[in-house]
Design a protein around this ligand. Structure first.
Ligand code: SF4
Length: 413
């Protein structure tokens, strides 16, 4: 495994176990996309950051926003189905017909063929997945097109094609199976389907990896190195030395041909900018601060944080764990702050603490606010579809193949 792993696409560097060290401001060649989402500073039509939305946005100060959303939704009736990801703001989630993680929401959308319009309160890759899984007559709308995902942005299709060429040159492409996290663009999902791979979620990553190792000898895991490493090492029993990190900003991923041939897990150098902020020191600090606390984190956190925590699992797992916890128990949770706050509100009989010491929202999830939701709904009432998300037919065909392989995996118990 590479011991140090700094590239020009990120403000952080990663140690051999995926831990994050001091910030390193990036230097970008001209013409490349922005390093991170800079809110209100430019757009990038070729990335998950999306583009500016057309039309006039209602003022955030409008006291009638809630009433306007209620009225528009009532007028649309069963023609509209509003999906709300767990990380959405309360002001938005109150209008969701269903809530869930990205894959549950995409399946929920597919189960409502009567709804002409799917308003997806989440981020861009989730709306793409909903478009892939719903019928051609249904239209998927993302209230703010700038609601992208920094992790999904870390794997571009041309970079992944280059990586596959490197694996081909090393003579290992035909024994390598791509396993791609849901948090990826439709193009990367399509690549995965075309090359015999499978999509996974944080709930079924173990099953997806076991399936992949039955099909081939190696896995190319995209785009979240932490979920890939944590699953391979903690659930499949591989060692850290079985993993290498492929850096798309370096020739051959920054790896020698021999390193590629020796590795069982080739981890794409991507991470979640929210979950990547949690540190092992924060786990130690909360244990000192809150007697008897149990630390519960998402597997997008670094290996160091996950191994220090008491429990790790998907968003749905975190919710189930808190629901089942006895009254009086104390928890420090390492995931997005909107969800942690909501869990604390819903379970006043338990002590629920945010693992980070500072505020840690997902900036792109928070792009979806009440003004954008009202604008999307009122536009539909007026017969105008704005901010529609569509996926190219060929990309959708292969992405669907990779998603169907995931659906064929054994059920998560
Ligand atoms: S929480 Fe992380 S993975 Fe999820 S949308 Fe935000 S940046 Fe992407």
């Amino acid at each position: 495994m590479t011991s140090t792993d700094v590239s020009s696409d990120s403000y952080v560097s990663h140690g051999a176990d995926g831990s994050i060290s001091a910030p390193t401001p990036p230097t970008l060649p001209s013409g490349t996309s922005l390093a991170l989402l800079l809110l209100g500073q430019g757009t990038d039509e070729n990335s998950e950051r999306g583009v500016d939305c057309p039309g006039d946005l209602p003022l955030a100060s409008d006291p009638d926003l809630v009433a306007r959303a209620v009225a528009a939704k009532a007028t649309l009736g069963s023609k509209v189905f509003v999906l709300g990801h767990h990380y959405q703001r309360d002001e938005v989630i109150q209008f969701a017909d269903v809530t869930g993680d990205s894959f549950k929401l995409a399946r929920d959308a597919a189960a409502r063929p009567d709804a002409d319009y799917i308003v997806f309160c989440g981020v861009h890759f989730m709306a793409e997945s909903a478009d892939i899984l719903t019928s051609a007559k249904q239209q998927v709308i993302l209230p703010d097109l700038a609601a992208g995902c920094s992790m999904a942005d870390m794997a571009k299709d041309h970079q992944v094609e280059d990586a596959w060429d490197a694996l081909t040159d090393a003579g290992i492409a035909d024994v390598t199976i791509p396993v791609t996290y849901m948090n990826s663009s439709a193009a990367i999902k399509g690549f995965t389907g075309e090359h015999g791979g499978v999509i996974c979620t944080s709930s079924n990553a173990e099953r997806a990896l076991r399936w992949a190792f039955e099909q081939g000898q190696k896995v190319l895991f995209l785009p979240d190195q932490h979920l890939g490493r944590n699953t391979a090492v903690l659930q499949l029993g591989l060692s850290l030395d079985d993993c290498v990190v492929y850096n798309p900003f370096r020739p051959n991923g920054g790896l020698t041909v021999q390193q590629l041939r020796d590795a069982k897990m080739i981890l794409w150098r991507g991470h979640c900018s929210v979950h990547g902020r949690f540190t092992a020191a924060q786990v130690d600090a909360v244990r000192e601060r809150v007697p008897g606390v149990q630390v519960l984190v998402h597997p997008e956190c670094t290996h160091e944080v996950v191994t220090k925590a008491d429990l790790a699992g998907s968003t749905e797992y975190i919710i189930r764990t808190i629901e089942a916890a006895p009254a009086g128990s104390a928890w420090a949770i390492g995931t997005e702050l909107n969800l942690v706050r909501r869990l604390a509100d819903q379970h006043p009989d338990k002590t629920i603490t945010f693992l980070e010491s500072t505020v840690c929202y997902c900036a792109t999830m928070n792009r979806i606010d009440l003004p954008h939701l009202v604008q999307a709904l009122e536009s539909l009432v007026a017969g105008q579809v704005i901010n529609r998300i569509t996926v190219d037919d060929t990309v959708a065909k292969y992405a669907r193949l990779a998603l169907d392989r995931m659906l064929a995996l054994p059920e998560v118990v």
